[in-house]
Design a protein around this ligand. Structure first.
Ligand code: PLP
Length: 821
């Protein structure tokens, strides 16, 4: 243990309480008798910051002195959730804080509930970035996360008559105790204007005359590694008007107009786009992407130049820039622009540096999620970058022509520019061409990148595309969210298991032990009881903790097939109405999901689930055998309450569509049994836990492909399967929506006529799989054994493992543990 850790371990509750009270008075200007739970939580955060900033200076000093190679993780989203509990745990201060607050007559849990989620992301991609920066700090890697300091994160979801309504998120309404503004590191970001070609004795060069400027102001959020020794930062950029934006307008008396421009400048970091896995193609979105990419690169170059001057050939040795999806891909053109236009390096030299510095993570094969930007928009917003992309493409196509001479088809296929009526830039192509390494996020996904998305790139660069299966941090997703299970584990395994998750494998022999099974399932039962109260509070529905808790929590997407789950619920409900004595294990179907505000079908599915829920939950004739709840406003802090209480984890995407999934890992880690398709990381979860300890069903990727080729006809299934037909007709009639018959017909219509994600084709297999779950759950001991084996076999889904693979295979990065100072 380090000095700091020893001091923390010696901390007594009374001493800690006095520190918090001191902050309550001197930092918050309050006192014990007056302070609200919110004020106390702020005082607690201020107390933690003493340790956190000491750790930050320690880490920074070590990193500067070692001149270490650093990774810069560029992501448009970081779905952090709450930080108070995780900082307490990571610093090793949770228990002492709990006791200290008890001495003060306060429940720590109540204080933790005061904190709003930091929801600067949509779903899996943003949460992955959050898990990854946790692991980078834990592993003492020199790393910085870069993103946008959105004023409004992902919208808050409410239901009105079953429909999703979006409300603004106000996570910083009352300030955030974790962030520090660093005005000394602000940057200027330029936009629009035109490009001039200047001819001089050295030939010609390009000068960009931008017509708009933004200031980028950094806010730093400390990221505390497990154990508290290393503290990295997440640097989030806020946009402001340039200082000089409007002198003339001001002087001419245009005070109000000047403010209009200011508002426009500040719009850039105002709000997170709520679209998950779809490309909006909007000008403001492009500006957001460029704004944070350009500010981050300027920041990286500033730091580089202060240590190495203009020795740019060292740049790629000391820096690696990881692109989390193509959202920051414009950074490739930006680094080229800086090196060629501003630092006056030769193109070839600049390109070598750029290509060696970048790495790109692909997150999806869905065509609607592969970003393209129209050439005309790029020419308007970033005219010089568009020229640079054309030049990158021209040289790349020469390479293609050398490999496949005079092959027009190959040129069209590989080109960064999509030709046609409206030319556009394919950001995935740009990212592959501009990067040293490209990775997929699960074995099957990487395989599909190689065979379906970029087979020709594999021929050009056989070593470039790698797999790194995603992971989740076992700190937040086991130790912190499931304290009862953590305590049981602590009784059997060394205390450092949250860092070395493979230690849980020592518990494998206990999976058959009746006493351990009983303890493990008692933890699950208590977690379910806690969730019963949450469900009652959020939906006013009463459910029994004796039922199977069957959970599907994730963004609402047709490819994730929440409507497959719904269709089964309808079929089951109909069977129960026909035969109230039907012998099934009581089950609670639990949904949590936000839909993109403009995604009609997704919103219709939410409405349908809510309407069906209302009928089922109020139908006394089925004796409470099934209940159905849709918890509003699914987010990280709600996930932390749901996951420890889940029995069944539904991961039922159409095979080939879910790149990896990470919800599947979190749920298995907490002892839920996966009911899943052969997709994404489900396949690797099956390898890890054994086929007998989860339920996989449905078509595999090649079967999906074969069915698509042979001509999929969902209407035949509808016509020939009595239960499917009855359920879909039921949904489109007036049974669930008497006031407005046909309100839910869009879903049935879609499934019967198109069914793009083959819900009907997988239905028969799905309902059999559901029956397997039912009979499996009745075998109490076998189920407990499987649940335990899931929880203790998740080492390979620890995000520390993913990050070690990035560090070794892609980043060539070594840990630099912070030294005491
Ligand atoms: C983990 C997580 C996700 C991703 O879930 P998937 O099932 O992998 O899509 C989305 N949202 C939140 C809040 C999460 O915690």
């Amino acid at each position: 243990m380090s000095q700091t850790q020893l001091a923390i371990a010696a901390m007594q509750p009374e001493e800690f309480r006095r520190k918090v009270v001191a902050h309550l008075r001197s930092t918050l200007g309050s006192f014990e008798e007056k302070a609200t739970a919110h004020t106390w939580s702020q005082a607690l955060a201020a107390t933690l910051n003493e340790y956190i900033y000491a750790g930050r200076s320690r880490t920074l000093k070590t990193q500067i002195e070692s001149q270490a190679r650093t990774v810069h993780y560029l992501s448009l989203e970081f779905l952090m959730g709450r930080l108070l509990a995780s900082n307490l745990h990571n610093l090793g201060l949770y228990q002492v804080a709990e006791q200290a607050m008890a001495l003060q007559g306060l429940e720590l849990a109540d204080l933790l509930e005061q904190e709003p989620d930091m929801a600067l992301g949509n779903g899996g991609l943003g949460r992955l970035a959050a898990c990854f920066i946790d692991s980078m700090a834990t592993l003492a890697l020199p790393a910085i996360g870069y993103g946008i300091h959105y004023e409004h994160g992902l919208f808050r979801q409410e239901f009105i008559k079953g429909r999703q309504v979006e409300r603004p998120d106000q996570w910083r309404e009352f300030g955030s105790p974790w962030e520090i503004c660093r005005p000394e590191s602000q940057q200027v970001v330029k936009l629009y204007g035109h490009v001039e070609t200047i001819h001089d004795q050295n030939g010609s060069r390009k000068v960009w005359h931008p017509s708009r400027m933004l200031r980028a102001i950094p806010w730093d959020i400390p990221i505390v590694g497990y154990g508290g020794q290393n503290v990295n930062i997440l640097r989030l950029w806020e946009s402001r008007a340039d200082h000089f934006f409007d002198w003339d307008v001001f002087n001419a008396g245009g005070y109000v107009d000047a403010y209009a421009e200011l508002v426009q400048a500040e719009t850039v970091s105002k709000v997170l786009y709520p679209n998950d896995e779809t490309d909006a193609g909007k000008e403001l979105r492009l500006i957001q992407q460029y704004f944070f990419s350009a500010a981050s690169i300027a920041d990286i170059l500033r730091r580089f130049e202060s240590a190495h001057g203009n020795d740019y050939h060292l740049f790629a040795t000391l820096n690696v820039l990881q692109l989390n999806d193509t959202h920051p891909a414009i950074a490739i053109a930006e680094l080229m622009r800086l090196l060629v236009d501003e630092k006056q390096l030769a193109w070839q030299e600049a390109w070598q540096i750029t290509q060696q510095s970048f790495a790109y993570t692909n997150h999806t094969l869905l065509p609607e999620a592969l970003e393209t930007w129209s050439v005309s928009l790029l020419q308007t917003v970033l005219p010089r970058h568009m020229e640079i992309i054309f030049e990158i493409n021209r040289r790349f196509l020469q390479q293609v022509d050398e490999r496949w001479p005079n092959d027009q088809q190959m040129q069209a296929k590989l080109s960064i520019i999509q030709e046609g009526e409206k030319k556009s830039v394919r950001m995935a192509q740009l990212s592959v061409v501009g990067s040293q390494r490209v990775n997929g996020v699960a074995k099957i996904h990487t395989q599909l990148i190689k065979t379906e998305l970029f087979p020709e790139m594999v021929q050009l660069w056989p070593e470039k595309i790698r797999n790194i299966t995603n992971g989740v941090t076992p700190r937040r997703w086991l130790k912190i969210c499931n304290p009862r299970l953590a305590e049981l584990i602590d009784q059997h395994v060394d205390a450092d298991w949250p860092r070395y998750l493979e230690k849980l494998e020592q518990l494998k022999p206990l999976a058959k032990d009746k006493d351990f099974q009983q303890k493990f399932m008692a933890v699950k039962q208590r977690n379910k009881q806690a969730l019963v109260a949450v469900i009652k509070q959020l939906t006013d529905v009463e459910v029994s903790a004796e039922a199977i808790f069957d959970v599907q929590i994730k963004r609402l997407h047709e490819y994730k097939r929440q409507h497959l789950n719904l269709l089964y619920i309808l079929v089951l409900y109909r069977r129960l109405l026909k035969n109230p004595a039907l012998d099934i294990c009581p089950r609670v179907f639990i949904f949590g999901a936000k839909a993109a505000p403009g995604y009609r079908m997704a919103k219709d599915i939410i409405l349908a689930i809510n309407r069906v829920a209302k009928v089922i939950n109020n139908d006394v004739s089925i004796g409470g055998k099934i209940k159905l709840v849709f918890l509003p406003n699914y987010r990280v802090s709600l996930a932390e309450k749901l996951i420890p209480a889940a029995d069944v984890s539904q991961q039922i995407s159409l095979a080939g569509k879910e790149a990896s999934g990470t919800g599947n890992m979190k749920l298995a880690m907490n002892g839920a049994i996966t009911l899943g398709t052969h997709d994404g990381a489900n396949i690797e979860i099956a390898e890890a836990v054994g086929e007998q300890n989860l339920v996989l069903f449905g078509m595999k990727v090649d079967e999906v492909k074969a069915l698509q080729h042979s001509g999929y006809a969902p209407q035949h299934i509808y016509q020939n399967n009595e239960e499917i037909k009855a359920a879909l007709d039921w949904l489109s009639g007036d049974f669930f929506t008497p006031e407005q018959p046909g309100l839910l017909a869009s879903i049935s219509k879609n499934l019967i006529n198109e069914d793009p994600f083959m819900v009907l084709a997988d239905f028969a297999a799905y309902q059999q799989a559901q029956q397997r779950i039912d009979s499996f759950y009745r075998q109490k001991s076998a189920w407990a054994e499987a649940a335990i084996l899931n929880a203790v076999s998740m080492a390979r889904f620890n995000s520390d493992r993913s990050i070690m693979e990035y560090a070794n295979d892609i980043w060539q990065l070594k840990p630099i543990p912070a030294a005491e100072c």
